[in-house]
Design a protein around this ligand. Structure first.
Ligand SMILES: *[C@@H]1O[C@H](CO)[C@@H](O)[C@H](O)[C@H]1NC(C)=O
Ligand SMILES: *[C@@H]1O[C@H](CO)[C@@H](O)[C@H](O)[C@H]1NC(C)=O
Ligand SMILES: *[C@@H]1O[C@H](CO)[C@@H](O)[C@H](O)[C@H]1NC(C)=O
Ligand SMILES: *[C@@H]1O[C@H](CO)[C@@H](O)[C@H](O)[C@H]1NC(C)=O
Ligand SMILES: *[C@@H]1O[C@H](CO)[C@@H](O)[C@H](O)[C@H]1NC(C)=O
Length: 309
């Protein structure tokens, strides 16, 4: 039956099926789809270009200027432990800015090396696994963080879509908390979590005090801020960095200084649409977010439930 689908002329195909190799059919069927924009070498280079620019201090440069050499202006991104992020400016603040200050209190610190351990690529899409070494300066350790990514580039070689998964993230959080417990001689992991909560809340409230003034003010004072972050809102599970949690506000705290008017609400009580409990588990898993398919040559588009309808 497959041979009949080849556009070579069905009469010949029926009469002389053995003369037509499957290779001819394969190349024939590919013509129904757009040609590859990039070859494997180019996709490998694009992948490495991204990770090179992700490392500190190269990432500092990516947060500056008004145009990205990495992201397309209308980039769409998703990170499993947080949520979706639209547009070049937000993504530069988030992907690069979040990990660019070793002196600032943070969970994982700054990325200083990476090793790609898995890579497959076709058309303008690559799937990779990268083990990134972070210098977790707040905790005084080097920690490997495994990030699985799907990246799609546009014809200019800029990222138009990405989808990132932090592999073993719960294990990583527990590891960091255990490390803190040991360091402070805590008798339980709850005490270590309380220690980290205190540290993060103080940092977020200091940032609020400095940058969220006037119309951008979210809390009446630092005491109200600290109270809210340590008592009224939950610390957050490993998948709740984009929900109504302290961990989410810790993520957004790093971006406040770039654009206080945009980011102050994210660290405030309302969560500003980013640190909010707005989606259930099924809604998260079934979200129709991406404009482009993650399957090369647009195979299987009709069954792709992540495509925006
Ligand atoms: C970006 O910045 C450059 C100079 O830094 C300026 O010439 C250009 O107009 C700016 N572009 C936009 C879109 O703001
Ligand atoms: C994706 O599609 C939506 C709806 O058509 C559109 O508003 C949005 O600009 C598109 N985004 C990109 C990155 O093309
Ligand atoms: C990661 O790759 C670099 C080379 O890019 C290499 O020097 C380093 O040893 C690798 N790290 C590990 C843990 O293998
Ligand atoms: C990690 O950061 C600390 C503090 O900035 C620095 O002293 C140390 O050299 C860094 N370690 C590595 C391996 O870069
Ligand atoms: C933890 O215990 C060790 C050994 O008992 C001690 O030297 C250290 O000062 C303690 N650290 C803290 C933060 O209490």
């Amino acid at each position: 039956m497959n041979l009949l689908l080849c556009s070579w002329g069905s009469l010949l195909t029926i009469v002389l099926p053995f003369l037509f190799s499957s290779a001819e059919c394969a190349s024939d069927s590919q013509e129904k789809y757009p040609k590859s924009i990039f070859n494997f070498d180019q996709l490998w280079e694009l992948e490495k270009t991204f990770w090179d620019s992700f490392l500190y201090p190269a990432n500092v440069k990516q947060t500056q200027g008004n145009e990205s050499s990495i992201f397309a202006p209308n980039v769409q991104g998703r990170v499993d432990i947080t949520r979706t992020f639209d547009g070049d400016e937000l993504n530069r603040e988030y992907i690069f800015g979040l990990f660019s200050d070793p002196t600032h209190v943070s969970l994982v610190g700054v990325p200083i090396a990476y090793n790609i351990t898995q890579f497959a690529a076709n058309d303008n899409i690559a799937s990779a696994t990268t083990v990134v070494t972070f210098n977790a300066t707040t905790f005084g350790i080097l920690v490997p963080v495994t990030i699985d990514t799907w990246i799609e580039w546009n014809a200019d070689g800029k990222i138009i879509q990405y989808d990132a998964v932090f592999r073993w993230f719960e294990y990583l959080l527990d590891f960091l908390i255990e490390g803190v417990a040991t360091k402070i001689n805590a008798t339980s992991s709850d005490k270590a979590v309380a220690y980290v909560s205190n540290l993060l809340a103080k940092t977020i409230c200091a940032t609020h005090e400095q940058y969220c003034t006037g119309l951008n003010q979210q809390y009446t004072d630092s005491a109200a801020c600290y109270n809210f972050l340590t008592k009224d809102v939950r610390f957050g599970k490993s998948y709740e960095l984009g929900k109504n949690t302290l961990l989410c506000r810790e993520v957004h705290e790093h971006m406040v200084h770039y654009r206080p008017n945009i980011h102050c609400p994210h660290i405030g009580p309302t969560g500003g649409g980013y640190c909010v409990d707005d989606m259930t588990y099924p809604q998260t898993v079934l979200q129709r977010y991406f404009n482009d398919s993650w399957i090369p040559y647009r195979y299987g588009e009709e069954q792709d439930l992540w495509l925006r309808s």
